[in-house]
Design a binder for this molecule. Structure first.
Ligand code: SAM
Length: 239
């Protein structure tokens, strides 16, 4: 497996060629795709990827799309993204970014290695932004996760849309036996950081930053779709 990419490295690190470590981590992510998006999403979290998440993704891809936390690139391959759409992938981890670029089916896709908790390292404005199964993986407070919506809106066009989904840790239905088993494991392993993640705070953050907001909770998963960023005078001065 090679990792030839068009990555734009926004850190000061030089571009690295494929390494054994990259390939090893890539296989980890392929297992993730079958286990997490297939089995766990449906049977533990009660939210089928193909029934709920993929249709939301498909319905909300604009001409200039940014996918945050691309992982294996599943949504980018399956999401029916038109060939004319300019596609950018952003991920904190080089192996995930390289794998996403390799598997997104778009040799012209651009990669950004960056931390989404920080303002984007580019001034570009996107028509659509996706972030699926990202927030529950970030080791940060709910407030810091919510702050992502405050800064990402500056990289969105006036009619831009942001959409995604994440597993909640608070204020949701009780886990069944399989879900409880999976949840214990991913929390213990440091894969999930979502004990305090709740629909109220995420929805409030979305409503604060976007004119139109639609949310729903399917099983234990918070799904959201928000458009038309609110750019108050105060916010504009902060840019
Ligand atoms: C669980 S995977 C989700 C992959 C994909 N969106 C999906 O649903 O199949 C989460 C991804 O987010 C990336 N990630 C985690 N924290 C991040 C951060 N602070 N900024 C950007 N990406 C991050 C991880 O490297 C990983 O690729």
């Amino acid at each position: 497996m090679t990792t030839t990419t068009t990555t734009t490295n926004t850190s000061d690190e030089p571009q690295k060629p494929a390494s054994d470590e990259v390939i090893y981590k890539s296989w980890d992510l392929l297992v993730y795709e079958i286990w997490v998006l297939g089995i766990v999403s449906t049977w533990a979290w009660g939210c089928s990827t193909t029934k709920y998440l993929l249709p939301q993704f498909r319905a909300n891809v604009g001409k200039n799309h940014l996918d945050i936390g691309s992982g294996t690139g599943y949504y980018l391959r399956k999401g029916g993204i038109p060939a004319s759409t300019r596609l950018t992938l952003l991920d904190l981890e080089r192996p995930a970014l390289d794998l996403g670029l390799q598997r997104c089916g778009r040799p012209d896709a651009r990669g950004l290695k960056a931390d989404i908790l920080q303002p984007l390292p580019v001034v570009e404005k996107f028509d659509s932004v996706s972030m699926y199964y990202l927030l529950h993986c970030i080791p940060a407070s709910v407030a810091d996760k919510c702050a992502i919506f405050k800064h990402i809106k500056h990289n969105m066009t006036p009619n831009g849309v942001i959409h995604g989904a994440n597993v909640l840790g608070k204020g949701v239905r009780n886990d069944g036996r399989f879900a409880a088993y999976v949840r214990r494991g991913v929390l213990k392993a440091g894969i999930f950081h979502n004990l305090n993640d709740n629909a109220y705070d995420f929805e409030h953050a979305l409503r604060t930053n976007f004119e139109e907001v639609e949310t729903r909770v399917v099983g234990s998963v918070f799904m959201f779709c928000a458009s038309r960023p609110k750019l108050h005078e105060r916010d504009l001065l902060e840019v």
